[in-house]
Design a protein around this ligand. Structure first.
Ligand code: DGL
Length: 264
């Protein structure tokens, strides 16, 4: 698919997918971006399996039909570990998912790998298959936390991260691993703070850059890099601290959040 100004849809439960958006847009600023976050059902890490698949399916298919989307990025590990087969069966455009970077992390580790993700992602069969297939020789320590997701949401709205709290959350993996996977797209938003707590002895790995490369390959874009495409953002419910959120979104190039209720 070679296109001058392709339009891509990025999906997450909250602001986490913005970490993936930043990676993609730094390579492909000329694209048009439509970002949707399903905050009505946030946090996805605690949502039941069938509801999650149904919501992502309905939101993504309706937006693709309405906005003539060329490619979809499910910028959410929790959703990607279960929803990709359904979406790919329904859509004729490429659907790129984000799953925990277990394979590169295991290759980089000498001791053990930590997987920091949502409570759902650490229990998913998909994740356990990744571990079985790609980290046979290195043990993987699992840490599922919704509070970490909330911390990232708060930070984007301007709240400072409490490092003492972060240290408490990360305590179970702190001295056990030498590589940690940021297996939730919210976590690159607090990477600096996680690094500070785990110290430079732990290498942090996420999937953002690899996703951006995949998008670039699939689109084969030829557009002029100087031109910036339009960036729009939608939420399924009114976001909390909307003013602070819109301020951060403006810095990332977006116009204010628009409401996109899920069709019942
Ligand atoms: N950002 C999401 C992920 O990558 C999910 C966060 C949540 O809603 O629990 O898993």
């Amino acid at each position: 698919m070679s296109k001058q100004q392709a339009k891509i849809l990025i999906f997450d439960s909250g602001v986490g997918g913005l970490s993936v958006y930043q990676e993609i847009q730094s390579k492909l600023p000329q694209l048009e971006y439509l970002y949707i976050f399903d905050n009505e059902a946030y946090p996805y890490g605690e949502l039941d399996h069938d509801t999650l698949i149904d919501r992502v399916d309905r939101l993504v298919t309706s937006l693709v039909a309405k906005h003539h989307i060329d490619l979809v990025v499910i910028a959410c590990n929790t959703a990607s570990t279960i929803v990709l087969p359904t979406l790919r069966a329904k859509l004729t455009i490429p659907v790129v998912g984000v799953v925990p970077a277990i394979k590169p992390a295991s290759n980089l580790a000498n001791k053990a790998v930590g997987l920091i993700a949502t409570p759902a992602t650490v229990t998913r069969p998909y994740t356990h298959d990744l571990i079985r297939d790609f980290s046979q020789s290195k043990p993987v320590e699992l840490l599922g936390s919704t509070r970490l997701v909330d911390i990232a949401e708060e930070k984007l709205r301007g709240k400072a991260v409490d490092l003492a709290e972060l240290k408490q959350i990360l305590a179970t993996i702190e001295n056990k691993v030498d590589v940690a996977v940021l297996g939730c797209t919210h976590f690159p938003l607090i990477k600096q703070e996680i690094q500070e707590v785990l110290t430079e002895r732990v290498l942090l790995v996420d999937s953002g850059e690899a996703i951006a490369r995949r998008v670039e390959d699939l689109l084969e874009t030829t557009g002029e890099q100087e031109k910036r495409g339009k960036r729009e953002i939608f939420s399924t419910a009114p976001p909390w601290e909307e003013g602070a959120l819109n301020k951060a979104l403006h810095q990332l190039g977006f116009s204010p959040v628009q409401h996109y209720p899920i069709a019942i």
